[in-house]
Write a protein that binds this ligand. Structure first.
Ligand SMILES: NC(=O)c1ccc[n+]([C@@H]2O[C@H](COP(=O)([O-])OP(=O)(O)OC[C@H]3O[C@@H](n4cnc5c(N)ncnc54)[C@H](O)[C@@H]3O)[C@@H](O)[C@H]2O)c1
Length: 393
């Protein structure tokens, strides 16, 4: 038995520990057959697992944080975000159809609901059951090349799926939403630093589907009184600093993934395009560490918690690496060698995309912690060589 002072002990935690029981007055519950008895705020609990003890202790100290639903939380970005939110004391429920996500990536103490975001009634039921306060909508199809072959699938998941998520929020009374869009909405409309009000000229069905999804978020949220933050993610890389999760998608088109593959197999890596209007002729991108992107979401959620206005923001660092510079940095930092070649430009790839982050700096009090190329490549390399990642091969 252990004894604890817990003014915040409530029915949910008692139910979590002991199963469904009826508690009318938490402050002076006497449930001797279940092992609980109390006087005022003192409770005596039988031995329970360490994770639950920790949750009870955190709740006793901090009070219970609200529940966040993450669509796509079993994917690359979602799994990092779920871990960070849990560490901060939030309850996390994940909705994911596991089309590119994985059950192992969803933190054990989160609740994983395996369903399609197009199933709006299931979303409403989940939001109500878990008393969700904020929805973070990440679930999407996000492969540029695939979107050119199967554009309809991209509109189905990314546009109709977003309609379904926002509609479910409205029905379930959720009034805060974070939405993940992409720098691909800018397409060839810009060169170099790009502001949020730049013209949107996506050159792939993926980018176009996100333009439409952004409109759904802005229009529907205004109609239903939902405050939102839409982020346009630039190129997300990196892995959890303790190697708990990381990128795992064998079909990934990301430059970093291609570097990792080439390093492992000692195979050639071909850069798409050598004649762009950039310093070395190869395309330039703004990379952001996944852990910083996760903490950015935490800041955005707090902004909404405190009644902040709806926002549309770039999510990057505001600097860039060309494909060639990035590959050279990768080889140097990981002490690997593989041949590098050049092939023709790929449809849908703009020359240069760098986030103008002046609005981000103005609106959110966020300081990145993992912005160096050493941390971005180093954490991915550590994850790639970790026991967890190796077990997945
Ligand atoms: N990774 C990047 O560099 C990047 C850049 C810009 C934008 N984004 C956006 O960030 C979000 C997350 O991307 P990610 O890199 O983590 O991709 P990911 O593929 O690892 O994660 C997406 C998750 O959504 C789930 N999902 C897909 N369709 C679903 C559906 N119909 N119903 C339920 N779940 C579904 C997948 O199973 C997966 O777990 C996406 O919206 C993507 O467009 C990512």
């Amino acid at each position: 038995m252990f004894k604890i002072q817990m003014p915040h002990l409530n029915k949910r935690l008692i139910t979590l520990a002991f199963g469904e029981i009826s508690v009318h007055h938490c402050g002076d519950a006497m449930i001797k057959d279940k092992g609980i008895c109390s006087s005022a705020n003192e409770f005596f609990l039988p031995p329970i697992n360490a994770a639950l003890q920790l949750e009870i202790l955190m709740t006793a100290i901090m009070g219970e944080r609200h529940c966040v639903l993450i669509t796509g939380g079993a994917g690359y970005i979602g799994s990092h975000l779920a871990l960070l939110l849990q560490k901060q004391g939030y309850r996390v429920v994940i909705v994911d159809d596991l089309s590119t996500g994985n059950t192992w990536a969803a933190p054990e103490s989160s609740s994983l609901i395996v369903t399609d975001i197009l199933d709006s009634p299931a979303l409403v039921a989940t939001m109500r059951e878990y008393q969700v306060k904020t929805v973070i909508h990440l679930a999407a199809k996000s492969c540029v090349a695939e979107s050119i072959i199967k554009p309809d699938d991209y509109f189905e998941t990314n546009v109709k799926g977003t309609q379904s998520v926002v509609g479910a929020c409205a029905k379930a009374g959720v009034r805060q939403l974070l939405f993940s869009s992409t720098a691909a909405v800018y397409g060839n409309g810009t060169h170099g630093l790009v502001k949020e009000d730049a013209p949107l000229k996506p050159i792939s069905p993926y980018g176009q589907s996100k333009v439409e999804a952004e409109k759904v978020v802005a229009n529907s949220c205004a109609r239903y009184g939902i405050r939102y933050v839409t982020f346009r993610f630039f190129n997300v890389i990196g892995a959890h600093p303790e190697g708990i999760v990381g990128q795992y998608s064998p079909d990934s088109e990301h430059l970093l993934q291609k570097c990792l593959d080439s390093a492992r197999k000692n195979s050639a890596l071909n850069i798409f395009g050598y004649d762009y209007d950039t310093a070395d002729g190869t395309p330039e991108r703004d990379f952001i560490h996944v852990q910083d992107l996760a903490s950015l979401h935490l800041h955005a959620m707090r902004h909404l918690d405190y009644g902040g206005e709806s926002l549309l923001l770039n999510a990057g660092y505001g600097n860039c690496y060309s494909a060639l510079t990035f590959i050279k940095a990768f080889q140097k930092l990981t002490n690997t060698v593989f041949p590098v070649g050049y092939v023709l430009r790929r449809d849908g790839d703009p020359a240069s995309l760098i986030a103008d982050i002046s609005m981000l700096g103005e609106k959110l009090d966020w300081i990145p912690e993992y912005a160096s190329i050493e941390q971005m490549i180093g954490s991915s390399w550590a994850w790639e060589n970790s026991l967890v990642r190796r077990a997945l091969k």
